[in-house]
Design a protein around this ligand. Structure first.
Ligand SMILES: [Zn+2]
Length: 446
């Protein structure tokens, strides 16, 4: 992602709630429970960029005495909330939307939360009068916890699609049925649990082109570009998948991968597709300086989506590895000079942050002064660290370590120590000092 990174600047759960006259720190969104699945029925209004929705969340309590179910606050208007059939009140305090339970919950118990809402999402809805696509801020148009990266939940979406339009969402379109006024309801199902920020959808009158990449179907969509332009713009996708599969040791993790071409500079991954703006794509074929967006967002299918940082603290594992792999693709496609040039861009960004007096370990847990500085650390320094590891360990140990990390944690959530252990296992070396220098705040971890 690039646009979505701004979410990291949002305070997560500093709100306070009143309880029995005593001020206590409110739960961070997602604290005390684990979401098992989301089922949504959404009716978007494309010109108004608004929607009405019904959402069913199945959850399991992860601690005793939970008194509230907290999620990321958003601009939607809550119409009704029930928990196992019992009506709940809701309140918003700062960044936190919470539902007060009738009695404290017991760890291990499951529950079903049903919410109806409507409104105009403040973020994450984009497009034109005839097109709507979501971008990163899933918890602005559904009820979820935006920054609970390590929590992966199943996702089912019934989307009302206006007459003459088609839809795209996560996973597979499993059924269609007729709705009112010529509309249709499209049911989408995610192929595996994903982090909430990766959920999304798009509606419009799309031209399409499809091709196979091994067992996976690739689809390219646009409401302006024709099929020929789509095939030309995304021609390298198959080769990128072959390259990334070799380096990951894991095939493309989805049976269908789509790329939605839109106006502007969008470059945003979702669980099984990416949204790419024309301004982020090459203007001429075979230009090694400009194809980063396609490979960057595709790379997230492995690092970011399949293997996800446990918390924002280790966000560099999503973005630093992906930025490095973008450079590695360029080396494969265009030669070593293109790899070096990509890393030089990263070095320049990190140097600018340092010149402004800011440099932190990759897994630093504090607040960043600006979006650019955060990116200089998570994206650029992260990529430079991966390149440094590659040079230090040598080709065989480095790539085998990356494959080990990827295979071992496929489908899961990770922290920086997982990468260290995989690289140590593949190289037979003690890398604590190297990781202490680059990654861990305060030096050596426990
Ligand atoms: Zn990214």
């Amino acid at each position: 992602m690039l646009n979505g990174i701004s979410a990291g600047l949002v305070s997560i759960g500093t709100a306070f709630a009143l309880n029995c006259g005593t001020a206590i720190a409110a739960d961070k969104p997602g604290n005390g429970f684990q979401t098992l699945s989301y089922r949504l029925a959404l009716t978007p209004d494309i010109p108004a960029k608004s929607l009405a929705g019904r959402e069913t969340i199945k959850l399991r309590y992860t601690s005793d005495g939970v008194q509230r179910l907290s999620f990321s606050a958003n601009a939607l208007i809550i119409d009704s909330v029930t928990l196992d059939g019992v009506t709940l009140d809701h309140e918003v305090q700062g960044d936190v939307l919470s539902f007060k339970l009738p009695r404290p919950a017991q760890r291990g118990r499951t529950a079903t939360l049903r919410i109806s809402y409507h409104g105009r999402p403040a973020r994450g809805f984009a497009g034109s009068q005839l097109t709507l696509y979501t971008s990163y801020f899933a918890c602005d148009w559904m009820i979820c916890s935006q920054n609970k990266f390590g929590e992966k939940a199943a996702f089912f979406l019934d989307l009302r699609v206006p007459a003459g339009m088609s839809s795209m969402s996560v996973g597979t379109l499993v059924s269609k049925r007729k709705g009112p006024d010529g509309s249709e309801f499209h049911r989408w199902k995610a192929p595996r649990p994903y982090s909430a920020y990766l959920y999304g959808f798009a509606l419009g009158r799309f031209n399409r082109a499809s091709e196979q990449a091994g067992p996976s179907k690739l689809t390219y969509l646009s409401d302006t570009a024709d099929e020929g332009e789509l095939r030309r713009r995304f021609a390298d996708t198959k080769d990128m998948i072959a390259f990334l599969t070799t380096k990951a040791g894991v095939p493309l993790p989805v049976a269908e991968y789509s790329q939605l071409l839109v106006d502007g500079s969008e470059a945003q991954e979702a669980a099984t597709y990416s949204v790419l703006g024309t301004d982020a794509l090459p203007t001429s074929p075979n230009d090694p300086s400009e194809d980063w967006a396609i490979v960057h967002e595709l790379t997230h299918q492995w690092w970011g989506n399949l293997i996800t940082c446990e918390t924002l603290k280790d966000f560099w594992l999503n973005e630093g590895i992906t930025t490095f792999m973008t450079a590695a693709w360029k080396e494969h496609r265009y030669g070593r000079a293109a790899y070096d040039a990509e890393l030089d861009v990263a070095r320049g960004r990190l140097e600018r942050a340092r010149a402004a007096g800011f440099d932190k370990p990759l897994a630093w847990d504090g607040a960043y002064p600006t979006l650019g500085v955060r990116r200089a650390i998570h994206y650029s320094k992260g990529a430079l660290f991966m390149a440094h590891l590659r040079a230090a360990l040598g080709e065989d140990a480095f790539w085998s370590g990356l494959r080990r990390y990827t295979i071992e944690h496929a489908g899961g959530a990770v922290t920086s120590i997982d990468l260290e252990r995989a690289m140590e296992a593949s190289s037979g070396r003690d890398l604590r000092a190297l990781f202490a220098e680059w990654v861990f705040e305060g030096g050596l971890p426990d």
